[in-house]
Ligand binder design. Structure first.
Ligand SMILES: [Fe+2]
Ligand SMILES: [Fe+2]
Length: 428
């Protein structure tokens, strides 16, 4: 059986390819455009695919548009209905409207993420493909966390999972910044009410990420150095540290690793923004901090709902990895962050971005990859297990290009992040 997997998310592609080994010859592509062109080529070469697994949410040409194009090609070539390729749609957010559209356009099945491998096999069989008995038996013995994650998603959608709240000071600063002509004095008044945050802010202002010529010794000097808008970003980051805390030792160990990953990502974002020389990029630090927040929320919910579960289990982490972006985006939205923050949480694993994608989004994508490769991998991500010596991050020129960053510069930025991380974690 010949299968094409179309998914912009590298992690999802890997997960699917793994699930399909042993039963099919699998080709994975990362965009609708590539899928359409490869599909046409295989038809011309008389070596068509038997089945296509198509993700709905993709940049540029999404899954629904791709589906429509594929069916049009078949119609044009007058391929008989029974000989047409079978198409299974797949997505993390199964909106009824989308499902209806897909059925109308001629998809053969749809599956919601995260899914059990057995579920995919069942669909294959329903569509007339046979799955070797041994492969199926093997799967039956494997523990799956799909049910648990699905339960959490349901509870979350019903509002039954308590969401962490942002501290009051963040809201106060936010409304000050939205007022007409806010002043540093007003900002100082709000921040100085909290001695711990004030002290941390001064220390961050003197860290390698913000360092100036002289030491900023007062709160006012620190605020001036960091800048009004960016102060909100830094304070939100400083206070977010609490979200990565837990009384459960196993969870704490995972969250500590995730915090270091997020902090490294945030500083890398900041250094990349400096390299781009665009002053409007003041929000990138916070984006780096929150990009994987969906994992924090999911892991906490799992530890809460199912306390006996081993959080280090590979299959459990894979399930978390699969849905953390959608989850993160919902949380960030509920917190009232601007849409670009939601995008950072939702789209940082994309492989390609639309031409008009915000620079911040590209920066978060690059930073996430770089810091994982230099020894600050995220938890739950089987792809992100780098160490300084072994992994050379691959950043596509299509993503680096719009930012005008040279490949040689990337190494320098990595070194800067490694240096900054030597003491940055103490400042937070
Ligand atoms: Fe992530
Ligand atoms: Fe990450």
């Amino acid at each position: 059986m010949k299968i094409m997997v179309v998914d912009d998310d590298a992690v999802s592609r890997k997960v699917l390819e793994k699930k399909l080994t042993g039963i099919a010859e699998c080709t994975a592509v990362e965009s609708g455009k590539k899928a359409v062109s490869l599909f046409g080529k295989t038809l011309r070469d008389k070596a068509p695919f038997d089945l296509i697994i198509l993700d709905i949410l993709m940049p540029d040409m999404d899954g629904i548009q791709t589906l429509s194009r594929l069916r049009k090609i078949e119609k044009k070539l007058e391929i008989k209905k029974e000989d047409r390729v079978k198409i299974i749609m797949i997505t993390a957010s199964m909106r009824k409207k989308d499902i209806k559209k897909c059925i109308l356009l001629g998809c053969n099945a749809y599956i919601a993420k995260p899914f059990k491998t057995l579920k995919i096999y069942e669909e294959f069989e329903r569509l007339g493909f046979s799955i070797p008995k041994t492969v199926k038996e093997d799967q039956k013995d494997q523990k799956s966390y799909t049910d648990l994650v699905t339960k959490i998603i349901k509870r979350f959608n019903k509002g039954e999972i308590e969401l962490p709240v942002l501290p009051h000071i963040v809201k106060e600063i936010r409304s000050l910044l939205m007022s007409d002509d806010p002043s540093v004095e007003e900002l100082t008044q709000i921040v100085q009410k909290d001695a711990v945050i004030s002290a941390k802010l001064i220390s961050v202002a003197n860290s390698t990420v913000y360092q100036g010529v002289d030491k900023a010794t007062t709160l006012n000097a620190a605020l001036v150095r960091i800048g009004m808008k960016e102060t909100l970003s830094v304070i939100t980051s400083v206070t977010s540290k609490n979200l990565f805390n837990s009384d459960n030792d196993d969870l704490k160990a995972i969250l500590d690793k995730l915090w270091l990953h997020s902090l490294a990502c945030a500083s890398c974002c900041k250094f990349l923004a400096e390299a781009v020389e665009d002053e409007s990029l003041e929000s990138v630090f916070l984006m780096g901090i929150i990009h994987d927040i969906g994992k924090v929320l999911l892991l906490k919910a799992i530890a809460d709902i199912s306390p006996d579960e081993s959080l280090n289990d590979e299959a459990l982490q894979a399930a978390v990895q699969e849905v953390h972006t959608v989850f993160g985006a919902v949380l960030v939205k509920k917190w009232g962050f601007a849409p670009e923050y939601q995008q950072a949480a939702e789209r940082h694993h994309w492989d390609a971005y639309p031409k008009d994608a915000k620079k911040e989004l590209l920066i978060v994508h690059i930073a996430n990859k770089l810091v994982s490769a230099i020894g600050f991998p995220s938890s739950c991500d089987p792809e992100e297990t780098g160490s300084k010596e072994t992994v050379k991050p691959e950043i596509s020129p299509a993503i680096l290009g719009p930012l005008n960053i040279e490949t040689e510069h990337v190494q320098k930025i990595c070194d800067k992040v490694s240096d900054a991380m030597l003491n940055l974690s103490e400042q937070f």
